[in-house]
Design a binder for this molecule. Sequence first.
Ligand code: SAM
Length: 390
Amino acid sequence: MPKHPQIQEFLNLLKDLFQKENFTKLSLSKVFKAKNDLNNIFIVPVKLRSEQKLSFTYRYKTKDQVKNYSIDEALEILKELLGESFLQALLISTDTEYQLLVNKKGKAKLITNKTQTHQKSLSHNKEKNYLIKSENNIYLQKLGICDASGRVKDKQQDKYRQINRYVELMSHWFEKIDRSKKLQIVDMGSGKGYLTFALYDYLHNQLNLDVSVTGVELRENLVTLCNDIGKECGFKDLQFITKDINDFTSEEIDIIIALHACDTATDLAIYKGIKADAQLIICAPCCHKQVRKDMGSKSDFRAITKHGIFEERQAEMLTDAIRSLLMEREGYKTKAFEFISNEHTRKNVMLVGRKTDANKNKAEINGEIKHLKTSFEIQRQELEDLLNQS
Ligand SMILES: C[S@@+](CC[C@H](N)C(=O)[O-])C[C@H]1O[C@@H](n2cnc3c(N)ncnc32)[C@H](O)[C@@H]1O
C-alpha cells in the first residue's frame, strides 16, 4: 500500500491518462532503495498485437532491460516502487506534466505543470520527432539554421541535429531536479546562442517551466545579436550579457552549462557552479591546453605521450578525470559520456555533475588526484587551484 495519499493520486492519474490515451511517458528517478544497480525506469505506452500496454525500460548500471505490462500489472509494480525504491517520478501527458516528489520519510508532493506540445508515440519503432521544430522558428532562422519556410539548410543539418540531441539530453537531466521554484540557469561561454535559445524555448514554451536563462559571453557582437533575436522572439526571461565568466557573480544559480567553453573557461564555469551550490553542472569540455602545457615529458608514461596525438588525448582524459574527481569531492555525483556521434566532432564528451547529499571521503579523493598528477607529472590543474584558493 502507498504510504501517502498523493502517491495514490499520482497512480490514479496515470490510470486515467492511459485509459484516455493521453499518456506520453513516465520516468522514475532518484533511487532510494532500488536493488541490483537499478538507476531509473522509463515507461511509455505501446501497442502490442492491438493491445495497449506499458513498456518499462529498466536502466541498470551496465544494461537496459525491457518488460511490457498491462495497466493493472503496471500499477501494482509502481505501487511497490514509488516512495520505496524511487523518490521521484515525472508523468507526462499530451498537455500536462505531473512531478511526484517523495521524501525519505514517505511524505509526498505532487506538482502539476501545463505543457503544450508533447507528442504521443504508440509505435515500437521510434520515429524522428525533434523537440525543436524548424517551422515558424524565428531564432533558428535568424541564426542561419533554417530558411524562412522552415527548411533546415543543407550545411546546417548537423548543427540542427546537435541542437535537438542536446535538448533531448537536457530533458533527461531536468527530470532529476526539483522544479517547484523558478530555476536560474546560466550558460557560460554561450557564443552564438544556438543551444541557449533552444534550451529556453524547450523549457519555457514547451514544458511551461518557470526559468530564467542567462548567456555569459566575452564577445559583445554575439551578445548584441542574441539579445536582439531574443527580443524578436518575445523570450522575456532569456538574456545575454557581455562578461568574462571569471567576473560573473550571482547569488543564485541552479544550473550551470558550459558547452565547448575554451580550455580553462570550463574550469571557471565548474568553479562558479560549485561555489553557487548549483543543482546541476553540465559541460562539454574542449581544448585541454592547460594540463597539456603543464604535463611533464619524462613520466613513466613517456611511451604513450611521446606521440603528439596521444599526448593530446591523454591531456583531455586527465583534465576531465581530475575535474570529475573534484566535483565528486565537492558533493556532486558525476557522469561522463559521448553526447553526439564523433563523426561530427571529436569534442563530444559531456561531463555532468548532480549535487547530492552524499558525504564523500575528501582525503581519499585528494589522494587519487595527487596520484594522477604525480604519475603524469602534472604541475597544476586550473579547477583544483581555483577551489584551493577560495
Ligand atoms: C566554442 S564557443 C562555444 C559556444 C556555445 N557554447 C556552443 O556550444 O555553441 C566558446 C565560446 O566561449 C566564449 N568564451 C571563452 N572564454 C570565455 C570567458 N572566459 N568568459 C566568457 N566567454 C568565454 C568564447 O568567446 C566563445 O564564444
